[in-house]
Ligand binder design. Structure first.
Ligand SMILES: NC(=O)c1ccc[n+]([C@@H]2O[C@H](COP(=O)([O-])OP(=O)(O)OC[C@H]3O[C@@H](n4cnc5c(N)ncnc54)[C@H](O)[C@@H]3O)[C@@H](O)[C@H]2O)c1
Length: 179
């Protein structure tokens, strides 16, 4: 199904990204496996996760190459695109599953936590899409896919969440209260 296609999968050393990357490779795509191998909160780096997925794809007869850059850095994303084109001769699909988690409530979140999440989950999507979208505007043949990044958690801890439902017993108690 994907024979002759080249995919760039970001955050693909683990989790959703790794599984999607392996599936694409199993269907014939050549895949750049990007992952800096951070901790869950986005700290540190480790080349092992990306390399392990490359090894698994190659062991299954597919083509893959590791990249250890960060989607939070525009130049790293340009390098990923360059690597895909230089190594595999093109770029047709971008799948971005890079993600970190600073699991805090709004009132105890520090600016550096906020910035780290914004850098990976918002700026990262711009960074990794910008160059491929420019190609696709010219050639019309690139697809970019990005999961909604931890939005369920953001709703749970966001100050903008919906007000808690008032239970029937509480509301009827309120109705009975004069004034
Ligand atoms: N797992 C779920 O149930 C779920 C649900 C909804 C949304 N999501 C979102 O999907 C994405 C992937 O989730 P997951 O469960 O596979 O997470 P995961 O933690 O298993 O994998 C995320 C990968 O992203 C990598 N990463 C971190 N910072 C990066 C950066 N700057 N550049 C490139 N890669 C980076 C990490 O090293 C890690 O290997 C996340 O954005 C997450 O918020 C996940």
């Amino acid at each position: 199904m994907l024979d002759g296609r080249v995919a760039l999968c970001a955050g693909a050393g683990r989790g959703v990204g790794a599984e999607v990357a392996k599936l694409m490779a199993a269907h014939g795509a050549k895949v750049v496996i990007n992952d800096p191998g951070t901790s869950g909160s986005g700290e540190g780096s480790d080349g092992a996760p990306a390399q392990e997925i490359v090894d698994q794809i190659e062991a299954a007869g597919g083509d893959a190459m590791a990249n250890y850059g960060s989607v939070a850095k525009f130049d790293d994303c340009l390098a990923m695109v360059h690597q895909a084109r230089e190594t595999f001769g093109g770029l047709h699909i971008v799948f971005n599953a890079a993600g970190i988690l600073r699991d805090k409530m709004f009132h105890n979140m520090f600016p550096e936590d906020w910035q780290a999440v914004i850098d990976v989950h918002l700026t990262g999507h711009f960074n990794i899409s910008r160059r491929p979208r420019a190609f696709s505007a010219m050639s019309g043949n690139a697809i970019t896919v990005q999961p909604s990044s931890g939005s369920w958690r953001w709703h749970a801890s966001s100050p903008w969440r919906m007000p808690r439902r008032v239970s029937p017993s509480t509301s009827s108690a309120r109705r009975r209260t004069p004034g």
